[in-house]
Design a protein around this ligand. Sequence first.
Ligand code: SF4
Length: 66
Amino acid sequence: MKKVVVDLKICLKAGQCYYLQPTIFKADPQGWPDILIEFPEEDDDVEAAEDAAEICPSGAITIEDA
Ligand code: SF4
C-alpha cells in the first residue's frame, strides 16, 4: 500500500499539488495542502499522487510504502 506524505516544513504553499491533482489534495484556508486520499489504492490515484510529487517545486511530497 502507498502513503502520500507532505513535509510542511519545506512546502512553499505554491499550490501545484491541489491545482493539478485536486482528487488527492485540497487547499486549506491558509493555502497549505490537505491530503484527501492519504492511502491511494486505485492506480489512477497512485499515479496522480506520483505526478504531484514530481511537479512539487520544493520536493515536499513523497509517496512511501505503507
Ligand atoms: S506543490 Fe509542493 S510546495 Fe506546492 S503546495 Fe503542494 S506540497 Fe506545497
